[in-house]
Design a binder for this molecule. Structure first.
Ligand SMILES: *[C@@H]1O[C@H](CO)[C@@H](O)[C@H](O)[C@H]1NC(C)=O
Ligand SMILES: *[C@@H]1O[C@H](CO)[C@@H](O)[C@H](O)[C@H]1NC(C)=O
Ligand SMILES: *[C@@H]1O[C@H](CO)[C@@H](O)[C@H](O)[C@H]1NC(C)=O
Ligand SMILES: *[C@@H]1O[C@H](CO)[C@@H](O)[C@H](O)[C@H]1NC(C)=O
Ligand SMILES: *[C@@H]1O[C@H](CO)[C@@H](O)[C@H](O)[C@H]1NC(C)=O
Ligand SMILES: *[C@@H]1O[C@H](CO)[C@@H](O)[C@H](O)[C@H]1NC(C)=O
Ligand SMILES: *[C@@H]1O[C@H](CO)[C@@H](O)[C@H](O)[C@H]1NC(C)=O
Ligand SMILES: *[C@@H]1O[C@H](CO)[C@@H](O)[C@H](O)[C@H]1NC(C)=O
Ligand SMILES: *[C@@H]1O[C@H](CO)[C@@H](O)[C@H](O)[C@H]1NC(C)=O
Ligand SMILES: *[C@@H]1O[C@H](CO)[C@@H](O)[C@H](O)[C@H]1NC(C)=O
Ligand SMILES: *[C@@H]1O[C@H](CO)[C@@H](O)[C@H](O)[C@H]1NC(C)=O
Ligand SMILES: *[C@@H]1O[C@H](CO)[C@@H](O)[C@H](O)[C@H]1NC(C)=O
Length: 523
């Protein structure tokens, strides 16, 4: 009996001793060895990891991508963007219980996340984004109760999102975007009061809006875009999530009107609700969101007026309402948005005249019912790079003031009732790449140096009443490639192209020679 007891005692001491010694020696050496064992499973050895070698184990804390704590054990591994091709199942998690930061983002790591990851009890930061991980997100991640940052963006995770993730009450940053995740039963999720940044963007989520989000009242960033969520946008989004600055529900199937409670999101900087089935009027109260810099409501069914209250948004830089059923005039108040640089109102039923809009770099009013001349103020928008006015009822001429638009790259006024001669200086716009004038009533000759000074790659004159000679630059020294609509040109009988452009040149450029020859014989 007694000897058994002694034996036990001795065994006990041996055990304690070996545990202690394990604890002492389990640190740098065995950690270094574990890292090297893992590295040896990579199918490619990045030269940046040459310091990871057995002969250098005493130097562990100076190895690239490794940070130690004051006791000399590894606290951070950062292999972000090191071109690692391997699997995490070969990583020895039990060796790294003291790890606080683990960054493997932007590599070629594939396979599952092993459930052993749950043993990294001190982990506060985990970034596995932009790899080739697959399979389900193991619920063991929820054992990482110290976690504050979790990024699984851009992998191939599938199955449903485990509700245990919502037990991670310290997490403020959670990105599960760009995976293959499906909607779980959201009612099993608890609120995450610390959560500030949540992205579930580009997954396979369907059914209703994730209900737990409505109680994450600390959210400043929410991206649910590119899913198949449906139903109405819950009122609690507007009444509970007042800290939101970035809200993106683009490309889902939400329907119904836009709540006037939108004005309660008083911190909103970017609002993206495009490509849903939202309809009805755009609430006037949107003009109370004084921090807004960007509004995207395109490709929906909004109808009625463009709210004149938008003129109160002094910080607004981008407004995109194209492809809706808006049928008002363009409110002149928009001219008060002095910081507006991008305005897209195309494909509505807007009528009346174009107001006074300054500082714009891009203006797209195409496919509406705008009438009258192109307003003089438009030629003062010296920052314009893109001007799209096609498919309207605009009339009048293009004045020489077009030369003010020194940054203009795209000029498209096709299908209007514009007339008169082109100003000679249209050919000298220094930045212009594309000019589309077809289907108007322009007349006179095309400026002779057209194409000489510019970067033109596309030009279309057809279906006008131009006459005279085709400028020689349109044949040679002109980066035409296959963009110029030569067939259109030659089909109009108004050009005496023969003589200016050698036939061989046309042979090379025009695919349908029959149509050209027909015209040439006539000319
Ligand atoms: C790391 O390298 C520095 C010099 O580069 C040296 O002073 C230090 O002792 C090294 N630390 C360890 C733990 O090897
Ligand atoms: C050991 O690691 C240090 C620090 O990273 C590095 O400067 C040194 O070149 C390494 N030595 C060997 C033999 O790899
Ligand atoms: C890892 O290193 C990259 C730069 O190489 C850095 O951007 C990233 O913030 C680092 N991750 C952590 C957790 O410190
Ligand atoms: C990245 O790794 C692949 C193998 O996975 C290798 O073929 C390639 O050369 C590496 N690229 C760089 C820049 O090291
Ligand atoms: C991981 O490390 C522990 C402790 O050093 C060791 O007992 C175990 O065998 C290792 N596991 C693997 C898979 O290498
Ligand atoms: C998830 O992906 C794995 C491997 O990529 C596959 O075997 C499994 O069937 C998928 N599960 C679901 C629910 O799609
Ligand atoms: C909410 O976020 C703020 C920072 O914006 C942070 O200081 C605060 O602790 C967070 N609240 C909770 C409950 O986590
Ligand atoms: C959604 O909107 C947020 C904030 O406005 C933005 O940062 C993010 O890039 C958007 N997502 C997509 C997929 O465009
Ligand atoms: C705009 O459309 C609504 C119906 O959607 C109609 O009641 C209203 O009269 C229209 N307004 C204009 C100016 O055409
Ligand atoms: C307008 O935009 C500029 C830069 O784009 C910015 O510096 C300025 O603060 C903005 N003005 C307002 C009122 O937001
Ligand atoms: C916009 O225009 C106004 C008035 O012309 C000017 O004061 C302001 O600086 C401009 N803002 C930007 C961002 O260019
Ligand atoms: C131009 O359009 C306006 C508005 O539709 C019209 O009143 C005017 O008569 C038109 N002018 C010409 C010359 O066609």
């Amino acid at each position: 009996m007694r000897s058994t007891r002694n034996t036990c005692l001795v065994l006990f001491h041996i055990l304690v001793f070996s545990l202690l010694s394990l604890k002492i020696t389990a640190s740098p050496r065995t950690q270094g060895e574990a890292l090297i064992r893992w590295k040896n499973t990579f199918s490619f050895q990045p030269s940046s990891l040459s310091s990871w070698s057995l002969t250098n184990v005493s130097n562990l804390c100076n190895w690239t991508s490794i940070v130690c704590d004051s006791t000399g054990t590894v606290s951070e591994i950062n292999l972000s963007g090191e071109n690692i091709t391997g699997v995490l199942t070969e990583f020895n998690f039990t060796e790294f219980a003291t790890l606080t930061r683990f960054d493997l983002s932007s590599n070629n790591i594939d396979g599952d996340i092993p459930s052993a990851i749950g043993s990294l009890a001190k982990l506060a930061y985990l970034d596995l984004s932009s790899n080739f991980f697959e399979g389900i997100i193991p619920s063991d991640i929820a054992r990482l109760t110290e976690l504050e940052y979790l990024n699984l963006f851009n992998n191939y995770f599938n199955g449903t999102i485990p509700h245990q993730l919502s037990n991670l009450q310290k997490v403020w940053y959670l990105d599960l975007g760009a995976n293959l995740l499906e909607s779980p039963d959201w009612s099993n999720f608890s609120a995450m009061p610390s959560l500030q940044h949540l992205s579930l963007y580009y997954n396979e989520l369907d059914l209703e809006f994730p209900s737990f989000v409505l109680n994450c009242r600390n959210l400043t960033y929410l991206d649910l875009s590119l899913n198949k969520l449906s139903g109405q946008i819950p009122e609690l989004v507007f009444t509970n999530l007042g800290k939101l600055q970035y809200l993106n529900l683009t490309e889902n199937q939400f329907h119904g009107p836009l709540s006037t409670n939108i004005s309660k999101l008083s911190n909103l900087v970017q609002l993206r609700f495009a490509s849903n089935k939202l309809g009805g009027p755009i609430p006037e109260d949107i003009g109370l969101l004084s921090d807004l810099q960007l509004i995207e409501l395109f490709n929906s069914s909004f109808s009625g007026k463009i709210p004149s209250s938008l003129g109160q948004l002094k910080k607004l830089q981008m407004l995109d309402l194209h492809l809706n059923a808006l049928n008002s005039t363009i409110p002149s108040e928009l001219g008060l948005c002095t910081n507006l640089t991008y305005l897209a109102l195309a494909k509505n039923q807007l009528s009346g005249e174009i107001g006074n809009l300054i500082n714009l770099t891009s203006l797209d009013l195409s496919s509406n019912q705008l009438s009258g001349p192109i307003p003089k103020t438009l030629w003062d928008l010296t920052n314009l790079q893109g001007l799209q006015l096609f498919f309207n009822n605009l009339n009048g001429t293009i004045p020489p003031e077009i030369e003010n638009l020194a940054s203009l790259a795209t000029f498209d006024v096709n299908t209007n009732q514009l007339y008169g001669e082109l100003p000679q200086n249209i050919s000298r716009l220094p930045s212009v790449k594309s000019i589309s004038l077809f289907t108007n009533n322009f007349s006179g000759s095309i400026p002779r140096d057209f194409g000489r000074y510019s970067q033109l790659t596309y030009v279309s004159f057809s279906n006008n009443s131009f006459s005279g000679e085709l400028p020689p630059e349109l044949c040679s020294g002109f980066a035409l490639e296959d963009f110029i609509s030569l067939r259109e040109l030659s089909q109009r009988a108004y050009f005496h192209t023969k003589g200016n452009c050698p036939l061989s040149w046309f042979t090379a450029k025009v695919k349908d020679m029959r149509s050209y020859r027909g015209q040439a014989q006539q000319g």
